[in-house]
Write a protein that binds this ligand. Sequence first.
Ligand code: UT7
Length: 329
Amino acid sequence: MSKIHAAITAVHGYVPDYVLTNKELESIVDTTDEWIISRTGIKERRILKGEGLGTSDMAVHAVNGLLKKRGITAEEIELIIFCTTTPDMPFPASANILADKIGAKNAWGYDLQAACSGFIFGLSTGAQFIESGKHKKVLVVGGDKMSSIINYQDRTTCIIFGDGCGAVLLEPNSEGNGVIDSILRTDGAGRQYLHQKAGGSARPASHQTVDNQEHFVHQEGQAVFKFAVTNMADVAAEIMERNQLTSEEVTWLVPHQANKRIIDATASRMGVGAEKVMINIERYGNTTNGTIPLCLWEWESQLKKGDTLILAAFGGGFTWGSVYLKWAY
Ligand code: UT7
């Protein structure tokens, strides 16, 4: 019997309407359009506006679009893995909230927190449920409302992040397409360089934590950059070597969109030309868990059955990893 792989059979995405341009940021913090573009590659990012709207509200758009495309109902979904660093609330899980909002009455679900690597951790985890035969329809959602934890007085972080969400459906495939391999890594020692200090059990919210601005993203950019540029490139090269893939055989590199310079270094390490790299950082910035599914969504019409994709990410934690998958449709 041929091995069952977990194939992506549908993808969809959603970004909010509001466009926060570099020009507008120039009026908020001491920065310039030229600096932001040259250091990050970002020109604009989307921001979710509206009282009471959270990450799950973007996911509703992404998932409803996906279900329509695939021609299935929400009731057919068996499992929802919601990869996010900005859940609607600490509990219950955004997966539960999403299931309720879309009417996925037969699904169970949970949130997965691995910062910017969350989507590939979720994809790899979701694939196990398909490969084992436990489930036939698994939704992996990746999205963040980063604007909810960004300090718009801090020029080193507010220029990078944006809001957005993407989702994929995983189903069994016996033609050899789907998730073939993954390498996932964590190093908790890196938490000092990128974290949100307060709001968890170690430092619950208080007047003091709010006054100290401890509910915002704290990032030591240069330190994170050094780890990201090395580890993301290394892990992408490692998965190619492990699967005896040459750069010619790679159809697409789908990188986490944190900084154009990190993406370029990864592509160069893999020996993959710019024409094979999905990049939309200039329009969306870093949407954390949203970057990779949003790329897949935007490039969907160019993807062909059997295409070889290498997904790679690096994020807070530290977390990093890569996934090798063959496109199924
Ligand atoms: O996705 C999760 C993982 N995150 C990442 O991968 C992000 C990794 N880090 C980065 O992408 C980059 O480190 C940043 C984009 C955050 C910063 O770029 P950088 O080239 O590393 O800048 P830097 O922190 O070394 O700062 C260089 C200079 C500093 O000024 P001085 O000390 O040389 O006078 C900063 O104060 O640039 C200054 N600066 C800015 N200038 C204008 C920092 N932010 C800005 C800004 N506009 N927005």
